[in-house]
Design a protein around this ligand. Structure first.
Ligand SMILES: [Zn+2]
Length: 412
């Protein structure tokens, strides 16, 4: 065994040398012992079962139009079979069999798999590092991928999660397979809420359901009553809802660099609204109002539970929630306010829904008080940008998992 292992190591070193020196003809000789590509490394990126609404087009996964769609199982839908769907004026979906028979296959040139997820938790499909998390185009909410996350995995693989309404991870964060990374949505070039899930290998778009005759890249998932099914929903020991009327909710503003709560200080730009939101109340303020800093925070209630790990959800009402980039930041009384490790939510596109903000370690043992989630009015939008200049604040839910999950701590 040892001899075999060291021989393999030697061959690997040799291969790297050859590759570095650019003598590539040896690598194509056929007998060279190259390691098999890792297969089956993905878990389903959501809880429960969901329909596939658009398949990966094997022939030209580049959004191009060549009047045919070929999917993983060898099915080819041709334009001449009959057209069953359009994007704008373009015919893009065709029937699987002639004379408008069989399934309607979506869609021409699609480089990913679309799953029917309506404002639901999105999970990391494999262990990896978050390398992008942003709006494709912060000036145009309907452009391309909208709000998206890109995760880098081992052996040249990357996954993309697009059209999100919330991103619950930060650039540089290490994530585990199955960890909540955000909430699906309808941002970017999207005709309805769904998850656009894209896999790339060495930069090339790849079908997680595999090519004809080859195996899936999924290691966890199964077909059940027409849906592709992942792991089941989480269960909780406890759930604490903190509304803007509760004592664990504090609002304020920063005056000359110091944090002042209000009341007792006056807060002229926090506007209360009744009849809207959780328990029929909410608050809002203008974004980046007069360069003064207006903020609010929701604190956890530990209630004797020996944990600081929470699944966090936020309720976004439909009123005065115009910002495309509300930042919800974990804080505790030691760091007080983190500057970069924040979740982002497109409040504008949601309307009366709970949005998943992932799992967070809130506060350290030595800073037991004042741990929770912080928000402020510096969203990246200007006061003058009507239509996206209002920040809404309502309830947050801190949930304690029945089964704790591992996730790497972030250094602050
Ligand atoms: Zn898509």
């Amino acid at each position: 065994m040892i001899e075999h292992a060291s021989r393999l190591t030697f061959v690997r070193i040799l291969f790297k040398l050859i590759f570095c020196f650019g003598i590539t003809f040896i690598a194509t000789s056929g007998s060279f012992p190259v390691e098999a590509q890792t297969q089956s490394f993905l878990v389903v990126p959501y809880y429960g079962g969901h329909d596939v609404t658009s398949w990966f087009d094997h022939q030209y996964p580049n959004y191009g139009n060549n009047d045919r769609i070929e999917i993983y199982d060898g099915t080819i839908a041709y334009n001449w079979h009959g057209i069953c769907g359009y994007f704008g004026n373009n015919a893009v979906a065709y029937y699987a069999q002639p004379n408008s028979q069989g399934d309607c296959i979506w869609y021409e040139g699609h480089p990913a798999i679309d799953f029917a997820l309506s404002y639901e938790p999105v999970l990391a499909a494999a262990d990896g590092v978050v390398v992008e998390r942003r709006w494709w185009n912060f000036a145009d909410r309907s452009d391309e991928l909208g709000m998206f996350i890109k995760i880098e995995h081992s052996e040249g693989y990357e996954t993309y999660y697009a059209h999100l309404s919330a991103a619950a991870v930060y650039i540089g964060q290490i994530v585990s397979a199955g960890q909540v990374i955000g909430t699906s949505g309808n941002t970017g070039n999207s005709s309805g809420p769904h998850l656009h899930f894209e896999v790339r290998h060495n930069g090339n778009r790849t079908d997680p359901f595999g090519g004809s005759g080859s195996s899936y890249l999924w290691r966890e998932g199964r077909w059940q009553t027409g849906q592709w099914v992942g792991r089941s929903e989480r269960t909780y020991l406890a759930s604490h809802l903190i509304d803007d009327g509760d004592t664990a909710f504090v609002k304020g503003r920063t005056i000359n660099g110091s944090y002042k709560t209000c009341p007792p200080q006056s807060c002229p730009y926090w506007y209360p609204v009744s009849g809207v939101g959780t328990n029929g109340d909410m608050l809002w303020t203008f974004t980046a109002k007069n360069s003064a800093d207006y903020w609010a925070r929701w604190q956890t209630v530990t209630a004797g539970l020996e944990t600081r790990e929470y699944d966090v959800q936020v309720y976004i009402p439909s009123s005065h929630t115009l910002t495309w980039k509300a930042e919800y930041c974990p804080f505790d009384s030691y760091t007080y306010r983190p500057t970069t490790q924040c979740m982002i939510v497109d409040q504008n596109g949601i309307g009366n829904r709970w949005i998943d903000l992932g799992t967070h370690w809130l506060g350290s043992v030595s800073a037991a008080n004042h741990a929770g989630i912080w928000i402020d009015d510096e969203t990246g939008e200007e006061y003058s940008e009507a239509g996206r200049n209002e920040l809404g604040v309502d309830a947050i839910r801190f949930r304690v998992r029945n089964h704790p999950m591992y996730f790497p701590l972030q250094l602050r």
